[in-house]
Design a protein around this ligand. Sequence first.
Ligand code: FAD
Length: 478
Amino acid sequence: MQSRRQFLGSAAAIGAVSAVGSAEATAALPTRADIIIIGAGLAGLTAARELVKKGKSVIVLEARDRVGGRTLAQATQSGEMLDVGGQWIGPGQDRVRALVDEFGLKTYQQPHTGTKLLKIDGRLRSYEGDIPALPLLAKLDLGHMFSQLNKMAETIPLDAPYSAKNAQAWDNITLESWKQEHMRTPKARALLDIVAQSVFGAEAGDLSFLFFLFYLRSAGTLEKLINIAGGAQETRIHGGTQQISDRLSAQLGDALRLNNPVRAIHHGGDGVKVIADSGEYNAQRVIVAVPPHLAGKISYNPLLPGLRTQLMQRLPMGSIIKCIMVYDKPFWREDGFSGEIASDEGPLCAVFDDSPEGSHEGSLIGFIAGDGARRWTEHTRDERRDAIVKQFVECYGDKASKPKEYIEKNWLEEEWSGGCYEAFMAPGVMTAYGKALRAPVGRVHWAGTETSDVWCGYMDGAVRSGERAAAEVAQLVA
Ligand SMILES: Cc1cc2nc3c(=O)[nH]c(=O)nc-3n(C[C@H](O)[C@H](O)[C@H](O)COP(=O)(O)OP(=O)(O)OC[C@H]3O[C@@H](n4cnc5c(N)ncnc54)[C@H](O)[C@@H]3O)c2cc1C
């Protein structure tokens, strides 16, 4: 058998060879490396690349038949690649931006000029600029909400949110309880509900208030989370974000093994043995770069400590169905609309112009989120499509009634994600279990966007977590 160093050398020399996908092909390859990485999303692939740069050998085991995890591009009938997973990057997301630049991926600004629409309390309102068209009292309520939330979030230490001065009190309540106590107007409250749905795929009543404030702090401010210009929805990538993972994986060659769900990890004094569907793999250390609830489905021998085991039972994924309606052209622009819609009625709670730059086609992308996703997942795809067309006709008139194509991705039904965009915490979890989120257990290390203190839940957080886990492991592997 090749030595580990030879194996690494051969993978690097081959360069952009495709990953190994079939069981027979996998069986012929080395099964030993310095580090095994579980999951070929942005976190796992970044960790692998960083470790290879440091001269370590790696094997990456991925359950799916593709890389990219929660990023995925799908072609329209005319061949435009649209993101049905992670889509936007924004200012401050420097680590994912560095990869985009390194790989020479072309970016463009999310279109957002024109009239926006807001449907709240059964009434459709239009407005220009960033401040929704609401009565004065509701606007004041909203302004107060922004400043209060940002101020409280500033007190959260990113590396240990559970040690914030008010951590326990804030972790005892939900965002919903805070809203009921501190917001006065039904319309401003409805907007906060839409924020919870569109940012977390959850309801305000699902979310620990402490976790909400941590997440906000992790991005910077509430404005950064929800805005297009200057916020997390500012920039798109031509051809889709999955290309970042494609490029990362091309550098790994046959160290990447697709179709390889990991079922068990044996970890002990002298190494780890990882059991995947194609067989046994051995290494000095393992990085588990999968969403926490999926890490909890792997069997560990010896058992992990109680806090870690229970943490993995307590991090549910958000509920999102991402929907794209494709039209002959972006007709709403001709009528002065930006393509943005926010709605407390749905099915879509948030909508954006999804037309790729330079394309003749027009598309609108929207999210069915939180309770809406839990309700609409019980309907058929056609029923969802028809309801969304009705929503667009109400907003934009008859021109919206004849889409040429409908694309959707129901992330609730993805075995190897279980939902999206990310895992969230209900009350009590952060203070009781938060310290187990990143702490390695012997030779087992953790990555994934959920473990990042900066841009947690985002592609940037995933990349940062991969870099952090690689640095953690590199110094421990001889
Ligand atoms: C619809 C949607 C919209 C989003 N929008 C944005 C956005 O606009 N901007 C943004 O920054 N982020 C967005 N996100 C979030 C972003 O995509 C994720 O934060 C990021 O991709 C997570 O990367 P990861 O590597 O941590 O996890 P993942 O991408 O989940 O990767 C984990 C990998 O592990 C694999 N795996 C799981 N279990 C096992 C196992 N037992 N054995 C082997 N392999 C396993 C999975 O198949 C997967 O490939 C969105 C996500 C979705 C789904």
